[in-house]
Structure formats: C-alpha cells, structure tokens
Design a protein. Structure first.
Length: 417
C-alpha cells in the first residue's frame, strides 16, 4: 500500500525497522492478527540480527547473508503495511498525525508529500553513532547498520588491510578481534588506559587489555584522536595525542626527558586504510522534540518503567532510543519482554507490566571471557571475590553494601594439542 493511499489509515504505527520495531510487530501479531500496523523505516526494512555485525567479517558473511527476510517478505508474512525508504519529518501529537518524506520520490527532500494518522505510535528508531569533530563522517566508518557494514566489508574483501578503531567499549573491542581473525592489522585507540574502562574497574580491565594485546592487536590507551585526513595515496592519516596521566608530574628531569621522547614517538601519526568509529551512541532529537516527549540525547526517550509509555498520549518507545530511570536500554535481551508489554498495553489487555532486569552482558571475544550482570559502572566500590590467574570475580557494592553488579573474567580454555 502506498503512503499516499494510507493518509487516512489508523491503527498502530511503528517508526524504525530494527530488532525493536520488528519485535513489537511479532508481539502484536501473536495476539491480534488483524489490527492495522504500519511500519515506517528510512531503509529497506530487512530483518537481521544486528549483534552479528561485530562477528561477521571473520566468518566471511556478507550483508545479504545476515538478512533473515527482506522487508517486503517480512511485511507480507506479518500482514503489515511497510513504508520503506521513508522518513518521518514531523509528528503532530495533538492530531496524532505523522508527516512523511520518501527517498524514492523526486520531490525536494524537505517536501512532505503525505500524512498518516495513528491510534498508537511506537518510537523504535534506535540511536546513531557519535562522530566527534575529529572523526569526519565522510572518512570514517561505523558498523551500527547493515548497509554501512556491507560497504565496509566490500572494501576489506580485497586483502589484508590496516584498520584503526576509535573507541574500546564493547563494540569496538569485539570488532577489533573480528577484523584480526579475518587477517587484518588492527589498532584500537581509546581515551582510557584499557578496554571497557567506562564499565569496569581497573583490576578487571587490565586483564582485558592484556588479552587484547596478546592477540596482536595494537592497543593505544590514554590517547585522543585529534584528526583524520586523506593522504594523496588514498591512505588515512590518524593524528592523536597521549593524554597526561597523574604520574606525569611526579617524575624527575631525566625521567621527564625520557617520557618526552617516548611521547614524541607515540605521537607519530598512524597511516591506515580505514578508520571505524565506536565512540558511543546518541538519540536524534528531531522526532522526540516534535512529539513533545521527555527526552535526553545521551540516554534517550523517557518512558514509564511499567508500561513503556512516554509522557505524550498514545506514544511508546522501545530499544536503543529508550531509557528507564535515566539509564539507556541498549541491549537485545530485554526487547522481547518490552515488546510484549507494549503489545498488551496497545491492545488493552490486562498485564503485569514490564519489570526491567538488566541483562547479562557478555563480551563476544574469544581471547577472554567477560560476563557482567547488574548495572556496572567503573567508579564504585568494587570488591574482589575470587582472584586467580585463571579467573577474576568482582562485586560492585551499593551504599547499602548490596551487590549491584558482578563481573566474571576467565582466561580462555586453550585447545589440547
């Protein structure tokens, strides 16, 4: 059904065809086969499992290999109206109308050519990679979306290349190992002195850093990228500066001279084939602001913890664009339960409400096993529970000395000769 013909249709409208949006469709269709559902997405709407993007290059899987169903096939199977390659330019929450722009039309890009009304609206548009000023978008890749992943993979398929990854959080650390396993040279750069340092305490991250380096990944910790430029030969030059540490001011003159020499060597720009940004996510403020929903760019759209309703009538949010109690919800595991709650609430079914439980966080790297439960934060009262060469277990205690998070780090089991 075209957008022009759908201007008077109502029912449920979902913005965003990622895992979150499709989970809501699955949950509604499990309980109601007929309620009108329209899915609006700026891309093709294909169904794929986004966490696979950080593992697919070494497995030699193309973007098309990761697609479980095309948008059109999935829409037909779910009996929904798919508006692919279509953007929402505005939301009128008072009249419960959306204004649409299609990338497939020759109209000027800012011309609204259609409207669609909704009874219930679900915001599932995800979050976008942060590109600091030092990482120009036209020179730097991200792997937050299957289309960009596919383009990068095509470039990497020509042979072994040198890739710099800026940001050593979960995604950056996973991509680094994936690229290394695929035969590429990898340099991982982070503001902190070890991977996952925004989540875990130094005793834990030191083990992760050691494992990353032991693989052959070049890890540049406590470094800030200042510029990325294209050289005449097509290579990229990555300029960076070591960040000062607390001990820098406590050294004598001879040591200072040696440190200055080392720092000068470290500041030699990297020459690489590609740069990937893994520097966090932001939620676009355009639609939340238009809808008048409570919102924070860092954490996302504020929802009621039980119903996942926003403060605007008849509007829900789910997935990467949503936050509960000030914490962004950017993990896959809770999506099914969140979607089930939204489906029940939309359909008017009695339900117990959503109970948010922080999912287990598992680093997908083979070089080291890292599992985290609860809500971890690097700064806090972390206590060692078990510490051996093979295993480290630490608990994060809250103000009441209750365990609020646990990290378990294990050395990998080496295969027998």
């Amino acid at each position: 059904m075209s957008a022009e013909r759908s201007s008077t249709s109502k029912g449920v409208v979902i913005i965003g065809a990622g895992l979150a949006g499709w989970h809501v469709i699955d949950a509604i269709r499990a309980k109601d086969k007929d309620i009108p559902i329209t899915l609006i997405t700026a891309d093709s709407g294909d169904r794929y499992h986004k966490p696979m993007l950080t593992m697919a290059i070494s497995q030699n899987k193309s973007a098309s290999d990761l697609v479980r169903a095309t948008g059109n096939d999935a829409a037909e199977a779910a009996n929904i109206n798919l508006l692919a390659n279509t953007e929402v330019s505005d939301i009128d929450a008072a009249s419960q109308q959306l204004y649409l722009v299609s990338a497939n039309r020759s109209d000027p890009a800012n011309t609204s050519y259609a409207t669609i009304s909704y009874d219930k609206l679900v915001l599932a548009m995800g979050a976008h990679p942060i590109f600091p000023q030092s990482l120009p978008e036209d020179l730097v890749w991200h792997v937050n979306h299957i289309e960009r992943f596919g383009q990068l993979q095509e470039k990497l398929a020509t042979g072994s290349q040198h890739v710099a990854i800026v940001g050593a959080g979960m995604v950056g650390t996973e991509i680094a190992e994936d690229l290394l396993k695929a035969g590429h040279e990898v340099t991982l750069i982070d503001l902190n002195d070890a991977p996952l340092s925004q989540m875990l305490p130094p005793k834990a991250t030191a083990r992760i850093a050691q494992a990353v380096k032991s693989q052959g990944i070049n890890f540049l910790g406590s470094c800030q990228v200042s510029d990325v430029t294209r050289k005449d030969n097509g290579k990229l030059q990555v300029s960076y500066e070591p960040l000062a540490s607390e001990t820098d001011t406590d050294t004598d003159t001879d040591t200072d001279t040696e440190a200055d020499s080392t720092a000068a060597q470290q500041r030699e720009p990297l020459i690489v084939d590609h740069v990937i940004a893994s520097t966090g996510l932001l939620v676009d403020d355009k639609l939340p602001a238009a809808a008048g929903v409570e919102f924070n760019r860092r954490t996302g759209i504020v929802v009621d913890a039980t119903t996942l309703r926003t403060n605007a009538s008849s509007i829900y949010a789910i997935g990467d664009c949503m936050s509960i109690n000030g914490v962004a919800c950017r993990y896959v595991a809770p999506l099914r339960a969140q979607a089930a709650t939204i489906a029940d609430d939309i359909l008017g079914h009695e339900h117990d409400g959503y109970e948010h439980k922080p999912p287990m966080i598992r680093l997908k790297n083979k070089a080291i096993s890292v599992m985290v439960t609860g809500v971890p934060q690097a700064a806090g009262n972390w206590q060692v529970k078990t510490e051996t060469d093979e295993e480290l277990i630490m608990d994060l205690l809250d103000d009441n000395n209750e365990v609020s998070a646990t990290v378990t780090i294990k050395a990998p089991v080496m295969p027998k000769a």
